[in-house]
Design a binder for this molecule. Sequence first.
Ligand code: 0X9
Ligand code: ZN
Length: 303
Amino acid sequence: RLGWEAYYTFDEIVQWLDEQAAANSDVASVETYGESFEGRPMKVIKISTGGNGQRPIIFIDANIHAREWITNAVATYIINELLNGEASGLKSLLNTFDFHVAPVINPDGYAYTRTDRLWRKTRSNYAGGLCRGADPNRNFEFQWNTGGSSAVCSSDTYRGVRAASEPEVAATEAYLDSIKDRVTAYLSLHSYSQLILIPYGNNLGRVPDHDNHMRVGGLVERAIASRYGTQFTSGNIVELLYVASGASVDYMKGTHDTTLSYTFELRDTGRYGFVLPPTQIIPSSLEFVDGLIALANDLKISY
Ligand code: 0X9
Ligand code: ZN
């Protein structure tokens, strides 16, 4: 019973996820693929209307950064549209694709933002408890520690002691490894800045299929803008933002050669920043769904 008029707690989100799977057990199931540092479940909902487990997967991760609340709201909105939507063109994509959506991949951090709203990282212990957490989007294995991450454990971009040191990252990597050949698009939801970021974030620079990512990014930009005029901008992460190694999108592109791998920085451009008012959840979701449909329709041509 989420309404997308407020932000929900981690417990509310996972309870809703389980209810959705139970109510739609013909097409949906929830897998608990791991446990966070503090023991919260890492959950992914898998939606498939057929194809015997052979269909290409569109994978969406959200809330890898704790304070980016809009991302779990958009992720659950998408799940709801896929399962219960009527008008949206999303549902028909299930004739071609399976969707796997992990709406909160940093559960401890997200729970902690109830008391410290701008917390970003996980909540593991470092330096004997002097530091808490690493940046999970600097902790993935592909080209870990090749620029744009910190060795200082109190830093917001602390990379962790080693690649996949965070249990949330290790579990997510293992889950992704188990479905790697079927993932055709990997979308990592972040906020804010209204950007469509193309790997890599490390010093390797552009991916070999940069031009295809730019072309599809343009289609997505136009689809998003068609609803309310919201402007997103596509480009390589280093060119548009900064150097940053160890992200989930780089892992999927670099390790598994996923066809399309993007980081989306959702609304806004800084007026509210991470503390986006809940009145913007539904508009943010609607425009993102438009973009997602454009992306999937372009991919569909190859299946
Ligand atoms: O710095 C990040 O992790 C992301 N930006 S945020 O403001 N949400 O923290 C950008 C991640 C993109 N990174 C790579 N493709 N490496
Ligand atoms: Zn982020």
